[in-house]
Write a protein that binds this ligand. Structure first.
Ligand SMILES: [Zn+2]
Length: 318
């Protein structure tokens, strides 16, 4: 059995933006909400990973895949490559009363306190992803693989209701606990041509290579600019941006914690939120270090690539 799991870049992006926005920044609440949704989504994915752990035979699992179809990006929660078919899973981790209406293409969630929340029809969503993935495989591989899709309601505390739905809707929208049985049933329907393990690995690798990291989305989506983010090196002990460089290490002015590499996390966040390239001057400002020589040493050690000469030297950071 082969498994692959991408780190969730979407959550990381949200997290980076969240910690770099001041407590009273007008967009902080929105970013926090996006982070909450992302965490719930990940929790849902984790819970289905548990059920997928029982699958036998060779297969390849990819999470959070984001592909470009020539016009826009489309996102797939979970994709499983089996030797005879591809399975797409759209995971919804919502509690409460969930009503899916296939005529108005709406999903309504009624929470415990009675408030209603509308969302897109998840079946329509996963049907669209299937179609786009089919076209993508055809375009890049001249490959026609059967694609099956399922919507998984992963929250244990949800009740499901269907309105204006096709008779086989119960086979399209299922609970996490039914996933294993559903895959056994679906697999039995696909007994055609079987791709070899090598071929599956090759397709899996191509999909991973084509994955487009959506990190800029947080910044673009909330229209954040360089000036919105807090400068400084964050203390892992107290979370404050009170780390100062002293004698080749970082010391927190607030809780006295010491670190030798606290700047690496700060540079990682800079690369995500602002730019993958940084100059000595920008780094001095961002890390709050006065010495050009100290920054040069830190950047030289941390960067992947250096470009330019003199004052225009830029470092590509990880
Ligand atoms: Zn501290």
């Amino acid at each position: 059995m082969l498994k692959e799991q991408n780190e969730s870049v979407r959550r990381v992006g949200c997290e980076f933006a969240f910690v770099r926005l001041a407590a009273d920044h007008p967009k902080r609440k929105d970013v926090e909400e996006a982070l909450g949704i992302r965490k719930a989504g990940e929790y849902g994915e984790k819970s289905i990973t548990f059920h997928l752990g029982y699958l036998e035979g060779y297969h390849l699992i990819l999470h959070d895949l984001r592909l470009y179809d020539g016009i826009a990006h489309f996102q797939i929660d979970t994709l499983i490559l089996f030797p005879t078919y591809v399975l797409l899973l759209e995971v919804k981790n919502r509690s409460g009363r969930i009503i899916i209406d296939r005529q108005s293409h709406q999903m309504t969630r009624i929470k415990e306190d009675g408030t209603r929340e509308g969302d897109a029809d998840p079946v329509e969503q996963v049907e669209r992803q299937s179609r786009l993935l089919g076209e993508w495989l055809m375009k890049h591989f001249s490959l026609k693989m059967p694609i099956h899709h399922l919507v998984i309601m992963s929250h244990t505390k949800c009740s499901l209701e269907f309105q204006n739905c096709e008779p086989d809707i119960h086979e399209k929208v299922i609970r996490g606990s039914s996933l294993f049985d559903a895959i056994q049933r679906v697999g039995a329907d696909y007994r055609g041509r079987a791709w070899s393990k090598e071929a599956l690995l090759k397709i899996g690798k191509a999909l991973r290579d084509a994955h487009v990291e959506p990190n800029v989305d947080v910044v673009n989506r909330f229209r954040l600019k360089r000036g919105d983010f807090l400068n400084g090196v964050r203390c892992l002990g107290c979370g404050r941006y009170y780390m100062r460089r002293k004698q080749r290490a970082w010391f927190c002015l607030y809780c006295k914690q010491r670190s030798i590499d606290a700047h690496e996390q700060a540079l990682k966040e800079y690369a995500y939120l602002i730019s993958p390239w940084i100059t000595n001057e920008e780094a001095r400002f961002f890390l709050r270090v006065d010495s050009r020589h100290v920054i040069k040493r830190l950047l030289k050690r941390y960067s992947l690539e250096v470009s330019g000469i003199g004052k225009s030297v830029r470092y590509r950071i990880k």
